[in-house]
Write a protein that binds this ligand. Structure first.
Ligand code: F0G
Length: 453
């Protein structure tokens, strides 16, 4: 098929273009804003000539779970009617991403005072983060367009995902990361998968600035989330959530906010599902940021999301240490269209929430834990009711940043000032490793001590 059936619409000036007209930096030539993928045959605001049948789609997507075909086994590509971005399915580069578990968090629900709490664990993807769902989509496009090199600036997870998918496709990858500011697990992945890894003496926002110039001067395909195809893949967890709730969506979905592509993608998915009649209502989508990396929170509280002032970002949740988020306008729209909220949480609140998710046998990386910390605040403020169904989107695997976890349990992570106010809760969750002589009695003594704790 010559045409894959999609176009691109500028989210600023609404100009619609073809794929071949996209610039290297994916910004609109007229107004500089970002594009979103639209489907002329069914997207809202387009001609709507062949809107697909919702029941048939639901059946088809479920049916594909029993197929042995590579595209059907992917939790992204089994929903391919919603991401018609390739001319030829043979160009799909997949690691069997998606189809991630939805866990019920019973103990956390009880202690938080909510009846039904779930975690959609995107850390259970092949490279350990939600980025795989977007990467299979955008890297397949790069492969189809014939690029040899792909590139991204990253706080670690995008680079790990990009390096893995590029390697699968036999392509080369260029990673720009802020020196000393990403978790070791993620850095090791980029190396393991064979990327050219450059650690720049700057922060994530600085890496983005450098890369946006590099892509104009070298034939490399940009895979940061300004690339609208990334967001098409990142829509699919929303489809999985709707499917898991029998197409009756939960009341609330809570997502961490960094560069703000993920909240945008999930919002796009739910809006599209409603437009197609796959669901009848929308969940509220709320975005949670770390207090030290809170430009969206400030934008919404100070100007109702009209303007965003970049901040010098600082948080130990290094994945979301981002001061100038690219997709902030898209995220503002999603929060407003779904009736969600934006909150900020402290370093101690993040660390405690992460320990609580860990103690449930699930675990996640620090950036993911902002969702639980944010839920507690939304409950206190009466923005979430205890009777509502809430889904936390956990974005990364606990092994991504084990240094953080070990420091927390050793008591080395937080300063005395940061802990103030949460000390008893934090002390109860700490489980430091105990060093002993190789003695049966010593082990039994520890066992007794732990039993009464
Ligand atoms: N959680 C994790 C684990 C992340 O890695 C990121 C972003 C986010 C949340 C925030 O998602 O940017 O879509 O709002 N990580 C990027 C990276 C920036 O380079 O890996 P977002």
């Amino acid at each position: 098929m010559e045409n894959s059936g999609h176009q691109l619409r500028c989210t600023g000036c609404a100009r619609v273009i073809e794929q071949r007209e996209l610039k290297e930096d994916f910004r609109c030539a007229e107004c500089g804003d970002l594009y979103e993928v639209v489907y002329p045959s069914w997207s809202a605001g387009m001609a709507e000539i062949r809107k697909p049948n919702a029941s048939a789609l639901r059946w088809l997507w479920k049916e594909r779970c029993c197929s042995n075909a590579e595209a059907d086994q992917s939790g992204v590509w089994r929903f391919r009617e919603m991401l018609h971005i390739l001319r030829d399915e043979a160009n799909i580069v997949s690691l069997r991403e998606g189809n991630t578990p939805l866990y019920q968090l019973r103990r956390v629900a009880e202690s938080t005072g909510i009846e039904q709490l779930f975690a959609k664990h995107q850390g259970m993807n092949p490279t350990g983060s939600f980025k795989d769902t977007g990467m299979t989509a955008a890297l397949s496009v790069a492969h189809e367009l014939g690029f040899d090199w792909v590139a991204c600036a990253s706080t670690g997870n995008t680079s790990a995902a990009m390096a893995a998918y590029a390697a699968r496709a036999g392509m080369r990858s260029l990673v720009l990361i802020p020196e000393g500011k990403i978790a070791w697990g993620k850095l090791s992945q980029a190396m393991d998968y064979g990327a050219l890894t450059l650690q720049l003496r700057t922060d994530f926002d600085g890496c983005v600035r450098v890369l946006s110039e590099v892509v104009k001067r070298a034939p490399v395909y940009l895979l940061n989330s300004v690339n609208p195809y990334r967001l098409e893949g990142q829509k699919t967890p929303a489809l999985e959530i709707a499917e898991a709730f029998d197409w009756d969506v939960p009341d609330h979905l809570i997502v961490p906010g960094g560069n703000l592509a993920n909240s945008s993608a999930l919002g796009k998915a739910f809006l599209e599902m409603k437009h197609l009649g796959l669901v009848t209502k929308l969940p509220k989508i709320s975005v949670i940021q770390a207090e030290g990396a809170n430009p969206l929170y400030l934008s919404l509280s100070e100007s109702g999301g009209e303007r965003l002032q970049p901040v010098a970002a600082q948080t130990r949740a290094s994945a979301i240490r981002i001061g100038n988020p690219a997709s902030w306008k898209k995220a503002v729209r999603v929060i407003q269209q779904t009736g969600g909220y934006c909150e900020q949480v402290s370093e101690a609140e993040i660390a405690l929430a992460k320990a609580e998710i860990g103690a449930e046998g699930i675990g996640c990386e620090p950036a993911s834990a902002v969702t639980l910390a944010g839920l507690k605040k939304l409950l206190q403020q009466g923005k979430v009711q205890p009777s509502q169904q809430v889904v936390l989107l956990l974005t990364g695997h606990t092994l991504k940043d084990s240094d953080y976890t070990i420091a927390y349990h050793r008591g080395d992570l937080l300063t005395a000032d940061e802990i103030e106010g949460l000390r008893p809760e934090i002390e109860i969750t700490r489980r430091n490793a105990v060093e002993l002589d190789a003695s049966v009695d010593e082990v039994l003594k520890e066992l007794e001590r732990a039993a009464v704790r």
